[in-house]
Design a protein around this ligand. Structure first.
Ligand SMILES: Cc1cc2nc3c(=O)[nH]c(=O)nc-3n(C[C@H](O)[C@H](O)[C@H](O)COP(=O)(O)OP(=O)(O)OC[C@H]3O[C@@H](n4cnc5c(N)ncnc54)[C@H](O)[C@@H]3O)c2cc1C
Length: 386
């Protein structure tokens, strides 16, 4: 097996790394304190990302995107995540499920998202349906050429910036193994559509400045032409993308862990107690050894999984393993980084407490650690259980 990155991949990593340190990192502290990104800064980052050719790097070349393979995408995600989501979200990765756009939807949604003229948000989770996404209660009922949507969503990232939401609603039910299941449809719902209200959600400890929103649908009427994919086939549109997204979350976790590691290493060398650098004590240096080892393992697992995705051989369980392992490694590494920094690790004057706070979300969104374990164990046991 060849573990060598190509020359293009090495150059891509260097370019994204310097973009992050030049254009994003200088704003991180101010954005975290203000819990907001100004519209000017958002537009500036978007413009510079477009000019640098990083915008929509996840989308295929034939629609104007960067056309990167999954391994290269994971490398870019690893670098971008060395700064808070509040900032790198403006180097946008439009929802890949927009590739299901057809006819006029291509010009109205897909292409403007790739070109940075429109932004989407992904609206699945509801107060009563988180891990159990099939339990959503938002309904869309067909009335002539329209669907009428009623219900609500919460925890919808970035909806305040989005021009439209990809909304999942129940359109039918069916029986599966004696249980009632929901058939779900995805809709493209424009901001400002009568009957849809967007409201800022509660404050989150992770990624200050990157907000979640609540969406309310009260007889919200959308034409049937806004169905993304096929009616009742919403999961088919969503699932492939959600699985790939987990590998990208794993790459994000590796990048954050590497940043925590670099900071810890420097601190261990600089900070003196009892007349010596604290890194000269095994109590500290062995932590560094464990952190580096865990990060290396998480990185190899993540990149190998991305590579398997490129080969078309990745399974859901393997994507789950990458997300589970990398997010849990990040949690441990961020916590050890605080320990190595001592009291300074908890002060908001440095980046360590921010990394520690930001790390926490990674074990929850895009499927919790428990749900990843469920996916992995189901895949292992399925051939054996009858
Ligand atoms: C900051 C943030 C941004 C988000 N952005 C988006 C977004 O843009 N769009 C979107 O649609 N959603 C989004 N989400 C929702 C996110 O995907 C959910 O929070 C996540 O799937 C977990 O759902 P829940 O929070 O309702 O927890 P629950 O599902 O209520 O789970 C609570 C606990 O129970 C455990 N649990 C549940 N079921 C099982 C089981 N079968 N076995 C073992 N343990 C179980 C969970 O692992 C967890 O520990 C976001 C969430 C947050 C916090």
């Amino acid at each position: 097996m060849n573990f060598q990155l190509t020359q293009e991949q090495e150059m891509l990593v260097d370019a994204v790394r310097s973009f992050v340190s030049r254009e994003l990192l200088p704003h991180e502290e101010e954005v975290d304190r203000a819990d907001a990104v100004s519209p000017e800064l958002a537009a500036q980052i978007r413009g510079k990302a477009i000019a640098a050719g990083f915008y929509a790097f996840n989308m295929p070349e034939e629609v104007g995107g960067g056309g990167l393979d999954y391994l290269s995408q994971a490398l870019v995600e690893r670098e971008l995540s060395k700064v808070s989501w509040a900032l790198h979200v403006f180097v946008a990765r439009p929802s890949k499920i927009l590739m299901a756009c057809k006819g006029q939807q291509i010009d109205d949604y897909l292409i403007p998202c790739v070109q940075g003229e429109k932004t989407d948000c992904f609206a699945l989770t509801e107060p009563g349906a988180g891990s159990d996404a099939n339990a959503i209660k938002t309904r869309a009922v067909r009335e002539g050429d329209d669907f009428v949507i009623n219900g609500s969503k919460h925890f919808i990232s970035h909806a305040g910036h989005a021009d439209f939401a990809i909304v999942f609603a129940v359109t039918d039910t069916y029986e599966h193994n004696g249980r009632k299941r929901n058939a779900v449809t995805a809709f493209l719902v424009d901001r400002g559509t009568p009957g849809m209200t967007v409201r800022r959600g509660p404050k989150c400890v992770s990624n200050r400045g990157y907000h979640t929103y609540e969406l309310f649908f009260d007889d919200c009427r959308v034409p049937a032409s806004k169905v993304l994919g096929e009616v009742d086939k919403g999961w088919e549109v969503a699932n492939a993308w959600l699985t790939a997204g987990r590998v990208m979350v794993a790459a994000n976790c590796v990048g954050q862990a590497q940043r925590a590691m670099d900071l810890s290493l420097q601190w261990a060398a600089d900070r003196k107690q009892f007349g010596q650098a604290i890194g000269s004590y095994q109590g500290v240096s062995f932590k560094l050894a464990d952190m580096a080892t865990q990060i290396r393992a998480a990185e190899l697992l993540t990149l190998h999984t991305a590579w398997k995705m490129d080969q078309g051989s990745m399974t859901d369980g393997e994507a789950g393993m990458a997300k589970l392992f990398a997010s849990e490694v990040l949690g441990k590494v961020a916590d050890e980084a605080v320990q190595i920094f001592g009291g300074m690790g908890l002060m908001d004057e440095g980046p360590v407490e921010r990394i520690w706070r930001n790390a926490r979300i990674e074990r929850i969104w895009e499927g919790t650690s428990e749900i990843q374990r469920h996916i992995i164990s189901r895949e292992l046991l399925r051939p054996l259980l009858r």
